[in-house]
Design a protein around this ligand. Structure first.
Ligand SMILES: [Zn+2]
Length: 497
C-alpha cells in the first residue's frame, strides 16, 4: 500500500496543475462531467410524457406541464417565472370520424383533422372524392375541367415518410402542401384528404400552410385506407366521404412560457438564451418533439446551480409554448423582451428529438462561427461538428432571427425523428436516452462557453441586415410552409421593413 502513496501524490499534483492552467474552462469541464453522470433528465422526461402526456397549447395538460416545469426549476433553486403571451386562435379536435361510401359498400377509415380546420355540423361534411394524384398543378388543371373539383374532397397521394426519407422528406411534405392548399382553395374544393405519409395506420397532424388563417377542411386519412380509396377511384367507382369533425375553436387567448435564469456576475445584463418548446401536438405524448429537449434545458440549469457555477453573463432557460401552432411563445417572448433584445448575445434552440447533435445552424450569421467552434472544443470528442449558414424557419429561433439576434439551432442526426413526427407514435420509448445525455453535454458546453467569453465579437443585426438575410438566403418560400409569410410581409413579425 505504501508504495502507492507517492504515485497518488504525483497524480494529485498533476491534477492540480492542470486545473490551474485551465481555470477558464474548469466550470465547463465540471458541468460536462456532471451531465455525463446520472441526473434526473430521464425521470423528468418520463413524468412529462407518461404522466402529463400530450401538451397542446390551450389545454389543461399544457397548463399542467407549465406548472410542472416551473416546479422543476424551483426545486433546483433556479429562479423562474411564467410569462404570458397571446395565442391568436384556440383549436382542439374533440372528435372526428370518417366514412367512405357509395350505394354498394362503405368503410370507416381513421382520420384526423389538420389544425385550424373548421368543425362540421353533426351530419358532417359529405362530398364526392376525386383523386388528385400528388396535387401538382398539372393534376389540378387536368382534373378541374368544367370546375369538376368545386365542392369535392380532393384525395392527395403522398410519398412515404420514414427514417430513410428523414427530415428532408418531411420538409418536402411541408413544401408540397403550400401549392396543394393554394390550388384547392382556388378551385373551391370542399376539402383535402391527405393520404397519411406514414404506413401502418399511423396518423399525425401538423400546421397547414396558412397556419391559424386556414379556411379549408383538411384531414389526414390512414395510408392503407387512403390507398384503398385511391384504388377504387382508379377502378372507376364513385365514392363519397362524410367527415364529422367536432372542434373546440375560439378566439385569441393567453398561454404561458416558462422563463428561468441564472444571473451572470460580470455582465449580468447580457443574456445567453437556450430554449426548447414545452407544447406538443395531441396525438402522441411529444417525447421526441420536444419533451426530451425540455428535460435537457431543465437539467442543464439544475446542474449549473448545483455546482454553484456563476457565469459571466446571465443564462436564460426558456421553455416556449405555442410552438406547434405557429411559433407564438417565442414570438411573444421577443415582444415582451423587446427592449432587452440588444442585450441578447445569443438565442439557441433545440428541437429535433434525440438524434446526435452534429453541429449548429448559425442562421445566416457567418461571423459567429469561429466563436462557436471555439466553445465546442471541450466536447470535440463528441463531434465532428458542422456549422451551417442556412437560416432555419419553423422553430423557436425564428423571431430572434427576424429581430437580428444571433441565433443557433442544433443540427441533429435524423435518427427516428421523421417517422414519429407529430404522430401517435411520438412516445417515451422512442427516446435515445444515452444520446439525450450527450446532447445535454454539447449544449451545456456551448451555452456556458458563450456566457463566459471575455468579449462577444458580434452585435444584433440592423433591420437592413435582416432584410438582406431574407433575400440572400431566399427564405420566403420556407416562411410560406409554416404560415409565417403573411406576418413578415405585413410587418406584424420581424423587423419593420
Ligand atoms: Zn418541435
Amino acid at each position: 500500500m505504501k508504495k502507492i502513496i507517492p504515485l497518488l501524490f504525483w497524480l494529485t499534483a498533476i491534477a492540480n496543475f492542470s486545473h490551474a492552467t485551465s481555470i477558464f474552462n474548469s466550470d465547463v469541464e465540471n458541468l460536462i462531467a456532471t451531465l455525463k453522470a446520472p441526473t434526473p433528465i430521464i425521470a423528468d422526461l418520463k413524468q412529462l410524457t407518461d404522466e402529463i402526456g400530450s401538451r397542446l397549447t390551450g389545454t389543461q395538460a399544457n397548463k399542467n406541464s407549465v406548472n410542472w416545469a416551473l416546479n422543476k426549476f424551483h426545486q433546483a433553486n433556479v429562479s423562474a417565472k411564467k410569462e404570458s403571451f397571446t395565442m391568436p386562435k384556440a383549436w382542439l379536435e374533440k372528435s372526428v370520424s370518417g366514412k367512405v361510401f357509395n350505394g354498394n359498400f362503405s368503410f370507416s377509415p381513421q382520420i384526423v383533422a389538420m389544425p385550424f380546420t373548421k368543425g362540421t355540423d353533426y351530419q358532417g361534411l359529405t362530398a364526392s372524392i376525386i383523386s388528385i394524384n400528388k396535387g401538382d398543378s398539372q393534376s389540378f388543371k387536368h382534373a378541374n375541367t368544367n370546375n369538376a373539383l368545386q365542392g369535392k374532397w380532393l384525395l392527395v397521394e403522398t410519398a412515404v415518410l420514414d427514417d430513410k426519407s428523414g427530415i428532408h422528406g418531411l420538409f418536402q411534405e411541408y413544401l408540397d402542401a403550400v401549392g396543394i392548399e393554394e390550388r384547392a382553395l382556388a378551385v373551391e374544393a370542399a376539402g383535402i384528404i391527405y393520404m397519411s405519409s406514414r404506413t401502418q395506420n399511423l396518423l399525425y397532424r401538423h400546421l397547414p400552410s396558412t397556419g391559424a388563417d386556414n379556411t379549408l377542411a383538411i384531414v389526414v386519412m390512414e395510408r392503407e385506407s387512403a390507398l384503398r380509396t385511391q384504388r377504387l377511384l382508379n377502378a372507376g367507382k364513385a365514392l363519397k366521404l362524410t367527415a364529422k369533425i367536432n372542434i373546440f375553436g375560439e378566439k385569441a387567448y393567453q398561454a404561458d412560457n416558462v422563463i428561468a435564469e441564472i444571473k451572470g456576475d460580470t455582465f449580468p445584463d447580457e443574456i445567453v438564451l437556450i430554449g426548447a418548446h414545452i407544447d406538443s401536438f395531441d396525438l402522441g405524448t411529444g417525447a421526441l418533439d420536444n419533451g426530451s429537449n425540455v428535460s435537457l434545458v431543465i437539467d442543464i440549469a439544475r446542474q449549473i446551480k448545483k455546482l454553484n457555477i456563476v457565469p459571466k453573463r446571465t443564462i436564460r432557460f426558456a421553455l416556449f409554448n405555442g410552438e406547434e401552432q405557429g411559433i407564438y411563445g417565442s414570438f411573444g417572448y421577443t415582444k415582451t423582451h423587446a427592449k432587452e433584445l440588444d442585450k441578447h448575445v445569443l438565442a439557441a434552440t433545440i428541437d429535433i428529438g434525440t438524434g446526435a447533435i452534429n453541429g449548429f445552424f448559425v442562421n445566416g450569421r457567418e461571423e459567429i462561427k469561429a466563436i462557436i467552434n471555439q466553445v465546442l472544443t471541450p466536447v470535440a470528442g463528441l463531434g465532428p461538428f458542422n456549422l451551417m449558414n442556412d437560416p432555419v424557419v419553423g422553430t423557436d429561433n425564428y423571431d430572434f432571427m427576424m429581430q437580428g439576434v444571433a441565433n443557433l439551432v442544433a443540427s441533429q442526426a435524423d435518427a427516428n425523428y421523421a417517422s414519429n413526427y407529430h404522430a401517435q407514435s411520438d412516445t417515451f420509448d422512442k427516446v435515445d436516452q444515452k444520446q439525450l445525455k450527450l446532447n445535454s453535454v454539447i449544449i451545456a458546453a456551448t451555452i456556458l462557453g458563450i456566457a463566459n467569453l471575455d468579449e462577444i465579437p458580434w452585435q444584433r443585426q440592423t433591420a437592413k441586415q435582416v432584410v438582406n438575410m431574407v433575400d440572400e438566403y431566399d427564405i420566403e418560400a420556407s416562411m410560406k410552409t409554416f404560415g409565417l409569410h403573411k406576418s413578415w410581409t405585413d410587418n406584424s413579425r420581424g423587423v419593420k421593413h
